[in-house]
Ligand binder design. Structure first.
Ligand code: COA
Length: 190
């Protein structure tokens, strides 16, 4: 498949679009859009201040449709549940992901998007990525498996926005992988 997927750091140009995605009912079910997170993205875009996350917009043939968030997990500063899964040979990044643009949802594009992101990630020292979908989020779990992530553990969140939720812990390296079953993606109206 001709890969028309590109990524760019979130800037003011796509900020309102992202906010629309962020607040859609479909995304809200599985997304931390607490005030703290809203503030984080506001600071990132409007004040150029990064605290923990980097935000990347995914484009298909120039059309914005996805968001990938990364947060580096260092030996001194890691999310407690990831402790046993940090890379010993390079950097580890946790990922959050959504297909925000409704015209691109349910088109079998999500795994390819994430795989492309990981394999092309700009920090060359990154050699491990962690992602943790809810057990209730079957579509995300399938998407991540299709993107080459392996389900290695699970945990129940003990506080914060996802308190009480059971999550898969999935990891993968950045090396290129052959897609197991790449389905054709046919864009509809945009
Ligand atoms: C998770 C998400 C990125 C997946 O993207 P998508 O466009 O909906 O899904 P895709 O069309 O790429 O399909 C992904 C897989 O889910 C399967 N799937 C799609 N809809 C499904 C449904 N309603 N029920 C079960 N499986 C479904 C697809 O068959 C595909 O699996 P396959 O490759 O084994 O066939 C997207 O739904 C999303 O952004 N959700 C809201 C935010 C979110 O949940 N983010 C993840 C937080 S961890």
């Amino acid at each position: 498949m001709d890969n028309k997927i590109t990524f760019k750091k979130l800037d003011k140009e796509n900020y309102e679009t992202l906010k629309e995605w962020w607040h859609s009912e479909r995304v809200k079910q599985f997304w931390d859009n607490s005030e703290k997170m809203e503030e984080d993205v506001d600071n990132y875009v409007l004040k150029g201040q990064k605290s923990y996350y980097d935000y990347y917009i995914g484009f298909y043939d120039g059309v914005p449709y996805a968001l990938v968030m990364t947060s580096e997990q260092t030996a001194d500063d890691y999310y407690e549940y990831y402790k046993d899964y940090l890379s010993k040979t390079g950097k580890t990044f946790a990922i959050d992901f959504m297909i925000g643009n409704e015209n691109f949802v349910g088109k079998h594009l999500s795994s390819l998007t994430l795989r492309t992101f990981v394999e092309q990630y700009s920090d060359e020292e990154a050699d491990r990525f962690i992602i943790d979908p809810e057990y209730d989020n079957e579509i995300a779990f399938k998407c991540y498996k299709g993107a080459g992530f392996v389900d290695v553990d699970s945990y129940v969140v003990n506080d914060g926005f996802f308190k009480g939720k059971k999550l898969h812990l999935m990891i993968r390296g950045r090396e290129k992988q052959q897609a197991i079953d790449e389905k054709p993606f046919i864009p509809t109206e945009r």
